[in-house]
Design a binder for this molecule. Structure first.
Ligand SMILES: Nc1ncnc2c1ncn2[C@@H]1O[C@H](COP(=O)(O)OP(=O)(O)OP(=O)(O)O)[C@@H](O)[C@H]1O
Ligand SMILES: [Mg+2]
Length: 113
Protein backbone atom coordinates (compact mmCIF):
# COMPACT_ATOMS: atom_id res chain seq x y z
CA UNK A 1 0.00 0.00 0.00
CA UNK A 2 1.11 3.54 -0.73
CA UNK A 3 0.16 6.89 0.70
CA UNK A 4 -0.13 9.69 -1.82
CA UNK A 5 -0.03 13.22 -0.54
CA UNK A 6 -0.81 15.80 -3.19
CA UNK A 7 -0.52 19.51 -2.47
CA UNK A 8 -2.50 21.32 -5.15
CA UNK A 9 -4.24 24.59 -6.00
CA UNK A 10 -7.64 24.80 -4.25
CA UNK A 11 -9.26 25.52 -7.64
CA UNK A 12 -8.23 22.03 -8.84
CA UNK A 13 -9.79 20.05 -6.00
CA UNK A 14 -13.14 19.31 -7.64
CA UNK A 15 -11.54 18.08 -10.88
CA UNK A 16 -9.04 15.90 -9.01
CA UNK A 17 -11.74 14.42 -6.78
CA UNK A 18 -13.90 13.66 -9.80
CA UNK A 19 -10.95 12.09 -11.63
CA UNK A 20 -10.03 9.91 -8.67
CA UNK A 21 -13.62 8.77 -8.21
CA UNK A 22 -13.86 7.89 -11.91
CA UNK A 23 -10.62 5.91 -11.52
CA UNK A 24 -12.23 3.93 -8.71
CA UNK A 25 -10.25 5.75 -6.02
CA UNK A 26 -13.13 7.23 -4.01
CA UNK A 27 -11.57 7.38 -0.54
CA UNK A 28 -9.66 10.59 0.12
CA UNK A 29 -8.85 12.95 2.96
CA UNK A 30 -8.70 16.65 2.19
CA UNK A 31 -7.24 19.45 4.27
CA UNK A 32 -6.88 23.15 3.66
CA UNK A 33 -3.20 24.00 4.18
CA UNK A 34 -0.86 26.90 3.66
CA UNK A 35 2.59 26.56 2.21
CA UNK A 36 5.37 27.87 0.06
CA UNK A 37 7.63 26.32 -2.52
CA UNK A 38 10.80 27.75 -3.98
CA UNK A 39 9.23 30.86 -5.55
CA UNK A 40 12.57 31.48 -7.25
CA UNK A 41 11.09 33.58 -10.02
CA UNK A 42 10.43 36.63 -7.93
CA UNK A 43 11.83 38.22 -4.83
CA UNK A 44 9.99 41.53 -4.64
CA UNK A 45 8.37 42.60 -1.47
CA UNK A 46 4.63 42.76 -0.96
CA UNK A 47 3.61 45.08 1.87
CA UNK A 48 7.02 44.63 3.42
CA UNK A 49 7.00 40.83 3.27
CA UNK A 50 9.46 38.96 1.07
CA UNK A 51 7.38 36.99 -1.49
CA UNK A 52 9.09 33.72 -0.58
CA UNK A 53 7.80 34.09 2.99
CA UNK A 54 4.17 34.46 1.95
CA UNK A 55 2.18 31.28 2.60
CA UNK A 56 -0.18 30.39 -0.24
CA UNK A 57 -3.52 28.66 0.25
CA UNK A 58 -3.28 25.11 -0.97
CA UNK A 59 -5.26 21.90 -0.58
CA UNK A 60 -3.67 18.66 0.55
CA UNK A 61 -5.26 15.46 -0.68
CA UNK A 62 -4.25 12.23 1.02
CA UNK A 63 -5.17 8.85 -0.34
CA UNK A 64 -3.99 5.35 0.47
CA UNK A 65 -4.05 3.02 -2.51
CA UNK A 66 -2.97 -0.52 -3.31
CA UNK A 67 0.42 -0.74 -5.05
CA UNK A 68 -1.22 -1.56 -8.39
CA UNK A 69 -3.28 1.65 -8.28
CA UNK A 70 -0.34 3.96 -7.56
CA UNK A 71 0.61 5.02 -11.08
CA UNK A 72 -3.02 5.55 -12.12
CA UNK A 73 -3.60 7.70 -9.05
CA UNK A 74 -0.53 9.82 -9.85
CA UNK A 75 -1.63 10.22 -13.48
CA UNK A 76 -5.13 11.35 -12.50
CA UNK A 77 -3.74 13.96 -10.12
CA UNK A 78 -1.19 15.18 -12.69
CA UNK A 79 -3.81 15.45 -15.42
CA UNK A 80 -6.30 17.35 -13.30
CA UNK A 81 -4.12 19.51 -11.07
CA UNK A 82 -1.48 20.83 -13.43
CA UNK A 83 -1.50 24.10 -15.34
CA UNK A 84 2.12 23.48 -16.33
CA UNK A 85 3.08 26.49 -14.26
CA UNK A 86 5.25 27.15 -11.22
CA UNK A 87 3.16 26.73 -8.12
CA UNK A 88 1.08 23.81 -9.42
CA UNK A 89 2.13 21.81 -6.38
CA UNK A 90 3.73 18.46 -5.65
CA UNK A 91 3.01 14.82 -5.01
CA UNK A 92 4.77 12.88 -2.27
CA UNK A 93 4.61 9.08 -1.99
CA UNK A 94 5.12 6.95 1.10
CA UNK A 95 5.03 3.26 1.92
CA UNK A 96 2.14 2.28 4.19
CA UNK A 97 2.59 -0.58 6.60
CA UNK A 98 -1.03 -1.52 7.21
CA UNK A 99 -4.62 -0.28 7.37
CA UNK A 100 -7.49 -1.33 9.57
CA UNK A 101 -11.20 -0.73 8.96
CA UNK A 102 -12.61 -0.12 12.40
CA UNK A 103 -16.15 -1.30 11.64
CA UNK A 104 -15.07 -4.82 10.71
CA UNK A 105 -11.50 -5.24 11.86
CA UNK A 106 -10.47 -6.07 8.27
CA UNK A 107 -6.82 -5.27 7.56
CA UNK A 108 -4.59 -4.61 4.59
CA UNK A 109 -5.72 -3.93 1.03
CA UNK A 110 -9.30 -4.92 1.85
CA UNK A 111 -9.46 -2.12 4.40
CA UNK A 112 -8.69 0.69 1.96
CA UNK A 113 -11.37 0.19 -0.70
N1 LIG B 1 9.65 20.13 -0.15
C1 LIG B 1 8.42 20.43 0.26
N2 LIG B 1 8.01 20.05 1.47
C2 LIG B 1 6.76 20.33 1.91
N3 LIG B 1 5.85 20.99 1.20
C3 LIG B 1 6.21 21.40 -0.04
C4 LIG B 1 7.51 21.15 -0.56
N4 LIG B 1 7.57 21.67 -1.80
C5 LIG B 1 6.37 22.23 -2.04
N5 LIG B 1 5.55 22.08 -0.98
C6 LIG B 1 4.17 22.52 -0.87
O1 LIG B 1 3.61 22.55 -2.18
C7 LIG B 1 3.05 23.83 -2.46
C8 LIG B 1 3.24 24.16 -3.90
O2 LIG B 1 4.61 24.05 -4.20
P1 LIG B 1 5.20 24.64 -5.53
O3 LIG B 1 4.52 23.99 -6.67
O4 LIG B 1 5.18 26.14 -5.51
O5 LIG B 1 6.68 24.06 -5.39
P2 LIG B 1 8.03 24.65 -5.97
O6 LIG B 1 9.12 23.76 -5.46
O7 LIG B 1 8.12 26.10 -5.66
O8 LIG B 1 7.89 24.39 -7.53
P3 LIG B 1 7.26 25.33 -8.67
O9 LIG B 1 6.82 26.62 -8.05
O10 LIG B 1 8.36 25.47 -9.64
O11 LIG B 1 6.10 24.55 -9.21
C9 LIG B 1 3.77 24.75 -1.51
O12 LIG B 1 2.97 25.88 -1.25
C10 LIG B 1 3.97 23.89 -0.29
O13 LIG B 1 2.78 23.87 0.47
MG1 LIG C 1 6.66 27.48 -6.26
Amino acid sequence: MKKIEAIIRPSKLKAVQRGLKDADIPCITVAAVKGTGLQKSYSERYRGTEQSMILQNRVMITCIVSDNKLEECIEVIKENASENKAGDGKIFIYDVQDAIRLSTGVRGNDAIT
